[in-house]
Each structure stands twice: as C-alpha cells, then as structure tokens.
Ligand binder design. Structure first.
Ligand SMILES: Nc1ncnc2c1ncn2[C@@H]1O[C@H](COP(=O)(O)OP(=O)(O)O)[C@@H](O)[C@H]1O
Ligand SMILES: [Mg+2]
Length: 307
C-alpha cells in the first residue's frame, strides 16, 4: 500500500527526464509527508536552484531552509559534500587545505564516475542517522530531487559501481553503505516521473527495466505528469477554435497512446496528474497534492485500478 510506504520510507528518490515535473512532484510529496507530520527534508541537486520557487521562499544557497515546521529544503553541490568528507576525515587544517587544493583530489572528485552521486546519498544517509551539524533537526525522511543529467538510473547505481572499485577508506565505506541502503526495500524507494510523450515514456520504460535487472527493485509508483484532459464532444464556432480543438485532440491522442506503451511494461501503481493552467508555485503544488491525496485514497480502497 502506497500511503503506508510513504509513512515509513526514509529516502525517496524522485527521478526522470528533465522538464517532466520532477521538482513539482518532489514538492508535492514533501507537502504530503509534512501533512503526515513526518520531518521531511527535500534535497535538490540541480545547478539551477528551483525548488524554493515552488514554495515561494528564498533560495537555500546551500543552507537548510524551512518551508513549514515539518518541511525543509536544501540545495546541494555534490562537490562541496566531498570536500566536507575530506575535512571530516583529515581534521588537521593544513592537511585539509593541501588535499582540497591538490590536482589529484580535484581530478578524482570531478571525474571519477559515481563519486558525486554516491556522496549525495552518503550525506543523506548520515543525516538520517543523526550525523549532521548542530542546530539541524534529524530528518525522518529525505526526498531527493535527482538531477536530469545523464541517465536516471546512473544515480541509483553509482554507489554500487564505486563500491565495486573502491573497497576501503572513507569513500569505499560510504559507497558500500549507500549501495546497501538503496537496495533495502524497507528504507528507500524511487518514484519515476515522466510525461505521456514519446521520449519521456521511452526513458521511463528504460528506467523501470534497468531498476529491475540491475537492482532487483521496482519504483514505488510511476507518475505521468501534465496529461491533457479528455476532449469534449461538442464542436466549435470558429476556425481559430477548430485549430485549438484539433491541437487538443492530437495531444490527447499522443498522451493516450504513450500511456498504453508505458502500460505494456508497467503494471504497478500509476499516478496520472493533469496539465494545469498554472505557473510554478505553491498553488500548483497544492493542486497536484489534491490529485495525489485522491489517488492515494482510491488506491487504499482498491478503486485505484492499477497496483
Ligand atoms: N502538471 C503540471 N501542469 C502544468 N505545469 C506543470 C505541471 N507540472 C510541471 N509543470 C511546469 O513544468 C515546468 C517543469 O516542471 P519541473 O517540476 O520544474 O520539472 P523538472 O524538475 O523535471 O525539470 C515548470 O515550469 C512547472 O511549473
Ligand atoms: Mg527540477
């Protein structure tokens, strides 16, 4: 049962192609969890900071900022996390400076595949365990708004790849912990966001397949965002209206055929969210939240159909 999962999971990774609505879904889930009175932290790892717009608060700039008493957001630079790791392990100031400035360190953190991704998860894990700066409340759940760069699944597999290569030392230990955490159904889950259009559905299908074959896991649920509403039957009065009506029919047809193409590989829970005539902001997040709550109660009563 999905609501039950959302009450328990410690980490939820929201992933999918760029521009499909990941940040909006992250914000929507954050509000839901804070409504459940779970202390929730949303982490955004995108060079462009966006999440704060959805709550109409100032940007985080790396700090933890409050949305409501149960909901906080933080924007993270993966690079700064790795530097923090070095600082923590090498407590001596001059050593830290030397390591951080050394070309080897710079090369390693910028180039080594998977390190940045594993470090973000490693940070999340440590904070969940209560190892965070003083003055910050230990989150009960972290929702990661995963960046769109690269393939969605590379984020989920990164720690495993690192831990296969780096067997010891702080990075190796961290990567092994993260890989175990991401493999643990009781603690972590993934929400895959897509739109009912060709490329996003392609990516969503690949992501589900890769999770299955490479992690033996499946998403908690899949979101099809920004669906055009069904077209009403009545005709239109003018040529301009005819054009819009045809456009609407066409978009809706694409949505329906792509939804069917997704259904061929995904029989699990599917949340459909409508295209809303709204700008990004709290009102949009609120409306999406209403759709989510209705869907969750349909799921709970067995009327959700899928899942
Ligand atoms: N259901 C929706 N209806 C209307 N606009 C939406 C919807 N979902 C997202 N948007 C808009 O689409 C754009 C991309 O959404 P965003 O959540 O930032 O995507 P991502 O994080 O995947 O790049 C934003 O301007 C957002 O306000
Ligand atoms: Mg985003």
């Amino acid at each position: 049962m999905i609501a039950g999962r959302l009450e328990k999971l410690q980490l939820i990774v929201v992933t999918g192609k760029g521009g499909v609505g990941k940040s909006s879904v992250t914000a929507m889930l954050g509000r839901l969890l804070s409504g459940m009175r779970r202390k929730t932290l949303l982490i955004e790892v995108d060079p462009r900071e966006n999440l704060h717009h959805l709550f109409d608060i100032p940007p985080s700039g790396g700090d933890v900022v409050e949305v409501d008493p149960f909901l906080k957001i933080q924007h993270l630079e993966p690079r700064s996390i790795i530097d923090d790791l070095v600082r923590e392990k090498l407590k001596v100031g001059f050593l830290v400076k030397r390591v951080l400035a050394s070309p080897v360190h710079q090369h390693f953190t910028a180039g080594a595949p998977g390190i940045k991704e594993a470090a973000v998860f490693g940070r999340a894990l440590r904070w969940l365990e209560g190892h965070h700066p003083r003055g910050i409340e230990t989150p009960e759940c972290i929702i990661l708004d995963a960046p769109a760069t690269g393939h969605g699944v590379s984020w989920l597999l990164a720690a495993q790849l690192v831990s296969d290569v780096v067997k010891s030392g702080p990075i190796g230990e961290m990567a092994a912990d993260v890989a175990a955490f991401l493999g643990d159904e009781a603690r972590s889950g993934t929400v895959v966001v897509g739109m009912a259009e060709e490329m996003p559905v392609e990516e969503t299908r690949e992501l589900i397949e890769a999770m299955k074959t490479r992690m033996q896991r499946r998403p908690e649920f899949v979101v099809l965002n920004a669906l055009y509403p069904p077209v009403p039957d009545e005709g239109t009065d003018s040529e301009a209206d005819d054009f819009l009506h045809d456009l609407w029919i066409r978009r809706r047809q694409i949505n329906e055929s792509e939804r069917a193409r997704l259904a061929a590989v995904w029989e699990g829970p599917l949340l459909e969210l409508p295209l809303l005539p709204m700008d990004p902001g709290p009102a949009l997040v609120g409306r999406l939240g209403v759709e989510l709550s209705r869907w969750l109660s349909r799921q709970a009563s067995g009327r959700g159909g899928r899942g």
